[in-house]
Design a binder for this molecule. Structure first.
Ligand code: ZN
Length: 248
């Protein structure tokens, strides 16, 4: 049985670690895991990218969800796990965080944005699908709530959508390439709170392992990669990381 001390030991030996985070690190902040029973997708149907683009009624529904906070993805605070990861980045131990989360909590915990690779985008702001211009949700909310206006880009008039990667939308190329480069450059790959079932994201820990890095997995439930990992802890992330990367 692996212990928290073994994880601390792996971190101490590592010269360049990568942290990979999934929903499990944010459930401790009160953000529901959208795949679990009781999660977002058991309460409402996802709106596919093609539906958003082609159907104004679906766009309206998507914005209603975004502004009502119905999905519960935003508006929470980082927890002990996020802060411990932020310390590891600040200490130069972790070169990058690859995350499946869209909640902005790594940024909110003080990690510089250039260290965070978001595979599924970010739900706390919006971007234009044509020109990429960033739009703040607060700015868009007024027109939508007061006048029922579906947001369009202030720069080019294109469709604006929350900056998440929707079902049916292709994975963003730049973050995928950066994630691969960081994975290949690390000597320790630490999975925190991901069930490692979503592809292609789940391919990164396997790639790290094949490339000779050590693989550590901290997740409440077993994952398909547990048999290949150097260390597995079925435990809560906040307490585990606070003990293995304590504050100064
Ligand atoms: Zn635009």
């Amino acid at each position: 049985m692996a212990s928290r001390a073994d994880l601390a030991e792996l971190l101490a030996r590592s010269r360049r670690a990568v942290v990979f985070t999934g929903a499990g690190i944010s459930t401790e902040s009160g953000i529901p895991d959208f795949r679990s029973p009781g999660g977002v997708w058991s309460r409402m149907k996802p709106i596919y990218f093609q539906e958003f683009v082609s159907d104004p009624a679906k766009r309206r529904e998507a914005w209603e969800r975004a502004f009502s906070g119905k999905a519960g993805w935003t508006g929470r605070q980082p927890n002990a796990g996020h802060y411990a990861v932020a310390r590891l980045v600040a200490r130069g131990k972790v070169s990058a965080i690859i995350t499946q989360n869209v909640d902005n909590l790594h940024q909110d915990s003080g990690v510089p944005p250039e260290r965070i690779i978001e595979l599924h985008g970010n739900a706390t702001y919006a971007t234009c699908l044509e020109c990429g211009e960033r739009h703040e949700l607060e700015e868009l909310r007024t027109g939508f709530v007061k006048a029922g206006e579906i947001p369009y880009c202030r720069r080019c008039g294109g469709l604006v959508k929350t900056a998440t990667i929707s079902f049916g939308q292709s994975m963003p190329e730049e973050p995928m390439l950066r994630a691969e480069a960081e994975t290949l450059a690390c000597d320790l790959f630490v999975v925190l709170g991901s069930s490692l079932v979503v592809h292609p994201a789940a391919g990164f820990p396997a790639l790290a392992k094949r490339n000779g890095a050590a693989l550590a997995i901290v997740n409440r439930e077993p994952t398909p990669l547990d048999p290949y990992a150097d260390l597995v802890l079925h435990d809560e992330i906040g307490p585990v990381l606070t003990e293995t990367a304590p504050p100064d």
